[in-house]
Design a protein around this ligand. Structure first.
Ligand SMILES: NC(=O)c1ccc[n+]([C@@H]2O[C@H](COP(=O)([O-])OP(=O)(O)OC[C@H]3O[C@@H](n4cnc5c(N)ncnc54)[C@H](O)[C@@H]3O)[C@@H](O)[C@H]2O)c1
Length: 387
């Protein structure tokens, strides 16, 4: 495929990762069409507030529609050769009580795309689907006695007693966190993770059957300029930023030592472009992450430093059912299939993110919405604390 001649549809593109990817594709001279329902939980009511979205709007053909609507997807796919599929509900905690909504958006929409691909198999050459590290659940660990192990969901009883680390599923002793590889067992701990796996597999399975090259990218925690400053259900960097800037106390869950692999938006966009436009074998599933871990306390400290503020935080011992303890990507396959890349460092990324947040009109409703989301979780019995 020549890079200059692609007609590309991006579904769920008005969000964080999609809009940044669309901008890079537009800059590369591709013809870009976008389909999005413009979910107000993510975008607020005033879509034109986002500078990235305004630029996408100027350069792309915009279609407003729901990814679950076969008529909208059929119209959007016409004349297209490459599809990026980002649309999803993305709140891990929210997925645990809005189970039908998450299943509907994340799985049924993938089924709609799959059925439409059958009709358009002669035209579509490549599909890139956004998946998540959530499919691994607690992920990979190493036990001194039993080698590589994959602990299942952590025990609520243990967490209520302040024991947050997963244990060896064979001997019950302490284990050391390791990076997750694509061949590791799939054992999601949240409805979000379950639906992301189903979404990924529906697309990969159908594309394989139709002879369409498909790539699923399992992102770790993506961050950077452009992430939603309005969605209270996902994105701790936005939520912590808002609390810090409003001088409100940050509730740090567990003991503050849970870790995540934060991958900067520009790095994710780079791999999205490579997955969509470079030669790859069909049916690839690839992790996208740096392989490095930051604790929640590291995150609070880095944000406080970037904003030049003292952080008011409390390590509360509270925990959300469905959350995992540690995450990091093994990037061996990513490098082999899509090539090497120097990732933006966490500190550098945080500085760029904080600079962007301060240049944006932030939304005081975010902190309020976040507190409401915790009340919703608590009412559903999904936010717990020490007994
Ligand atoms: N941001 C991360 O850290 C991260 C990590 C792992 C995986 N992912 C995956 O990457 C993808 C993009 O994530 P993001 O952070 O950009 O999310 P986002 O919430 O910013 O954007 C999602 C977009 O999908 C749209 N959408 C939702 N439901 C829709 C529907 N029914 N029809 C049409 N459009 C719909 C929303 O309006 C929004 O524009 C998602 O599939 C997500 O699961 C994200």
């Amino acid at each position: 495929m020549s890079e200059s001649t692609h007609k590309i549809l991006l579904i769920g593109v008005a969000g964080f990762i999609g809009s940044s990817t669309a901008l890079r594709l537009l800059a590369g001279g591709h013809q870009v069409r976008i389909l999005d329902s413009f979910d107000p939980q993510i975008h607020g009511e005033d879509l034109k507030k986002s500078a990235t979205l305004r630029k996408v709007w100027e350069g792309a053909e915009v279609q407003v529609g729901d990814a679950r609507d076969p008529v909208a997807v059929d119209r959007a796919l016409r004349g297209v050769d490459t599809v990026y599929y980002f649309a999803a509900g993305t709140g891990t905690g929210q997925s645990m009580y809005q189970v039908r909504q998450y299943t509907d958006v994340n799985v049924n929409a993938a089924a709609v795309l799959a059925e439409q691909l059958i009709q358009k198999k002669a035209e579509i050459q490549r599909v890139v689907v956004s998946s998540s590290r959530a499919v691994y659940g607690e992920g990979a660990y190493r036990c001194a006695q039993h080698g590589p192990v994959f602990p299942k969901t952590r025990s609520v009883d243990a967490m209520q007693q302040g024991r947050f680390e997963p244990v060896c599923p064979v001997c019950g002793l302490a284990v050391e966190a390791a990076a997750s590889s694509e061949g590791d067992p799939v054992q999601p701990t949240s409805i979000y993770g379950i639906t992301k796996y189903a979404q990924e597999q529906v697309v990969l399975n159908l594309c394989a059957a139709m002879g369409i090259t498909a790539v699923a990218l399992r992102y770790q925690n993506v961050f950077g300029p452009g992430q939603s400053l309005r969605n209270p259900y996902t994105g701790i960097l936005s939520i912590f930023s808002q609390l810090l800037l409003e001088k409100r106390q940050i509730n740090v869950f567990e003991d503050g030592l849970a870790t995540r692999d934060f991958v900067y938006i520009d790095d994710v966009v780079e791999f999205n472009l490579r997955a969509g436009l470079h030669a790859v074998a069909g049916g690839s599933v690839l992790n996208v992450g740096t392989g490095k871990r930051q604790t929640l306390l590291d995150v609070v400290a880095a944000l406080a430093d970037a904003y030049g503020r003292e952080a008011d935080f409390k390590v509360s011992g509270q925990f959300r059912i469905g959350d995992i303890r540690h995450a990091a990507a093994d990037g061996t396959n990513l490098r082999e299939v899509l090539g090497g890349h120097a990732f933006v460092g966490f500190g550098q990324g945080i500085k760029a993110f904080a600079g962007w947040v301060q240049s944006e009109e932030t939304d005081r409703a975010l902190a309020q919405g976040y507190l409401r989301s915790l009340t919703e979780m608590s009412a559903s019995g999904l936010l717990k604390g020490a007994r």
